[in-house]
Design a protein around this ligand. Structure first.
Ligand SMILES: [Zn+2]
Length: 246
């Protein structure tokens, strides 16, 4: 017998929490969304919203580790939280606390005067605040997933979010000489900064072998590969500029 049955609890359709706080990344893996709004645009009480976002329990972690689109912090959360009505990535609190980005009025109004979703909100609330570590496991076992077609969020982020950068090779080569980029890239653990600088400094017309397929790729493919990597790595500098050290 599943936990859902034991708890006399079933979720479907309109009873699912609604997604909020998801963005594009620089690889355009989420083409339906733009990037986060500019920093220092908060339309709410920072401390209050941060506290609210962190107080609810983790309902799942099926989307993998996230990187902050603004400062490159990695990982910035690997899971999702929910209050029964909305569901957001754990890393959303970082965007609020560190970057003070704007959030939708409908979500802020909800935090000010939470609407509840009966049993679901009460259950998550209870499991989130129990001392017993097993309560967290039970919450995860419920496998509550957010409604994917969050039109309200999509409309909001596409009105208030930043556009994906589409720089030229020449602009990227110029960016690769920027001391702020070099300093920040050198800090990255995964070596992508070095790779970016190496790629930018190579002649883009030079042919090379695809790592995956072992075949020689065309100059067009090479150019696209370089742009994909470069835009992903340099994108946040293009869109948000250098971020101050904390
Ligand atoms: Zn950040």
């Amino acid at each position: 017998m599943s936990w859902k049955k034991i708890l006399k609890f079933e979720l479907s359709g309109d009873s699912l929490p609604i997604m909020i706080g998801y963005w594009n990344n620089y690889g355009n893996y989420y083409p339906q969304y733009k990037l986060p709004p500019k920093p220092n645009t908060a339309n709410y009480d920072i401390a209050k919203v941060t506290k609210y976002l962190n107080r609810w329990g983790v309902i799942g972690s099926y989307r993998g580790p996230s990187t902050c689109r603004i400062c490159g912090k990695m990982p910035n959360g690997i899971a999702e939280r929910s209050d029964g009505v909305y569901s957001w990535p754990t890393g959303l609190a970082h965007y609020v606390e560190a970057h003070q980005i704007a959030l939708p009025d409908y979500f802020i109004e909800h935090i000010e005067n939470p609407t509840k979703k009966g049993d679901l909100t009460a259950l998550i609330d209870r499991l989130s605040n129990m001392e017993d570590e097993r309560a967290k496991q039970v919450l995860m076992q419920l496998r509550i997933q957010a409604k994917e077609d969050a039109k309200q969020w999509k409309d909001w982020v596409n009105e208030h979010g930043e556009d994906l950068p589409t720089p030229t090779i020449e602009e990227l080569q110029e960016l690769s000489k920027n001391p702020a980029i070099i300093a920040a890239m050198n800090k990255k653990r995964d070596g992508e900064g070095d790779r970016f600088l190496r790629m930018m400094n190579k002649d883009i017309s030079q042919s090379f072998y695809s790592e995956r397929r072992g075949r020689e790729i065309t100059p067009e493919e090479r150019k696209k590969n370089i742009l994909d990597v470069a835009v992903r790595i340099a994108g946040r500098f293009i869109v948000y500029g250098p971020v101050e050290e904390e």
